[in-house]
Design a protein around this ligand. Structure first.
Ligand code: ADP
Ligand code: TRP
Length: 325
């Protein structure tokens, strides 16, 4: 059976970018009968960043609770924590040895992140996409639901599979990214950039934000046009409205924008109400899951057991192929 694989780092609360670009797709895909599905918390990847140990632990718990609250069903998918499974870092080492270092220096995310953390350009930041390739290929993942910013890493995964197969014989499958219809949600304050935690709190709307916080953030969202062109900020807000409001409301604002009768204060208020309403149930479930650490740990342990089975099979075959056994 074909496999879907994707992961997400426990670096902060889920925001609208993560949701519309990736996680919403995860929830939709899990009912697919054609694929076996692996979703995981990429906690090893987050060691490349600045989170201190206690914060990483806390964010991991929050991310597990948030994914479950969004509807990830651990009975339908293998849902686990990367560091619980032996094999991810083993396979990454083997991939290190077939990947030209020049390919890693080309990665946009490496360039961005080394710019953002100039005092901490650790080796993990550079080899990050190799660990990601291992995450995917350990389970022979063919489809990888992610946002647009991760497409380059998925393409590198395909290259790594090819380099490995050329050297050791055909073994790994071809991997493809799967995007949603909104693969790149923009920042509220800098709509030329993607919505991202690393830009700061005011740039993102968290799924767990209370209604008044959502309105406060939206009220500060940039709507000004630059150079007389169409405002990227407004386009982004309308895109969100299309996603969260009913069709009639959305169309009335689109018309008003065209007629230039639109009042951005109204747009923001209506959008804030619709987003808050959409995630009302989520906020409740999230709080409930967070009270139940034992249950969360049990779900992770069960997921790891299932993932470990496949990981061991792949690693046994890979060890033979490369001549270690
Ligand atoms: P962040 O950039 O906030 O740190 P992550 O890198 O943890 O987010 O992203 C997790 C997932 O969410 C990835 O699949 C990524 O492509 C997707 N994603 C992140 N930000 C956005 C965005 N603004 N628009 C669409 N998808 C996004
Ligand atoms: N690099 C991804 C991100 O920042 C997270 C990730 C780690 C991932 N391993 C993966 C995504 C494997 C898809 C498949 O969002």
């Amino acid at each position: 059976m074909k496999r879907i694989v994707s992961g997400i780092q426990p670096t902060g609360n889920l925001h609208l970018g993560n949701y519309l670009g990736a996680v919403k797709n995860w929830v939709d895909l899990q009912n697919s009968k054609d694929y076996e599905i692996y979703f995981f918390i990429a906690d090893l990847h987050s060691l490349t960043g600045k989170l201190e140990a206690s914060k990483l632990k806390e964010q991991t718990k929050i991310l597990i609770a948030e994914l479950l609250a969004l509807g990830i069903d651990h009975k339908k998918v293998v849902f686990f924590r990367q560091s619980d499974v032996v094999g991810h870092t083993d396979l990454a080492w083997i991939f290190d040895c077939v990947t030209p270092v020049s390919e890693l220096y080309r990665m946009t995310q490496f360039k961005d992140k080394s710019g953002n953390q100039p005092k901490n350009i650790n080796s993990g930041l550079l080899t990050y996409p190799i660990l990601q390739a291992a995450d995917i290929l350990l389970y022979q993942g063919e489809l990888v639901p992610v946002g647009e910013d991760q497409v380059q890493h998925v393409e590198l995964t395909r290259d790594i599979a090819r380099w490995f197969n050329n050297k050791y014989g055909q073994y790994f499958v071809e991997t493809k990214a799967k995007l949603t219809h909104i693969p790149r949600v923009k920042s509220l304050l800098a709509p030329d950039k993607k919505m991202s935690k690393s830009l700061g709190e005011g740039h993102v709307i968290d799924l767990a934000d209370e209604p008044e916080v959502i309105l406060k953030k939206l009220n500060k969202a940039v709507t000004a046009t630059e150079g007389g062109g169409e405002s990227m900020g407004v386009a982004n807000l309308l895109l969100l409205l299309k996603e969260f409001a009913d069709k009639k409301t959305y169309e009335s604002f689109v018309r008003a924008e065209k007629d230039k009768t639109i009042r951005y204060g109204d747009l923001k208020k209506v959008l804030a109400e619709n987003i808050a309403e959409h995630f009302k149930e989520f906020r409740k479930k999230r709080a409930e899951y967070l009270k139940n650490s034992v249950k969360l740990e049990k779900i992770m342990a069960d997921g790891a057991k299932k993932a470990q089975k496949q990981a061991e099979k792949t690693m046994a075959e890979v060890r033979k192929l490369v001549g270690l056994r």
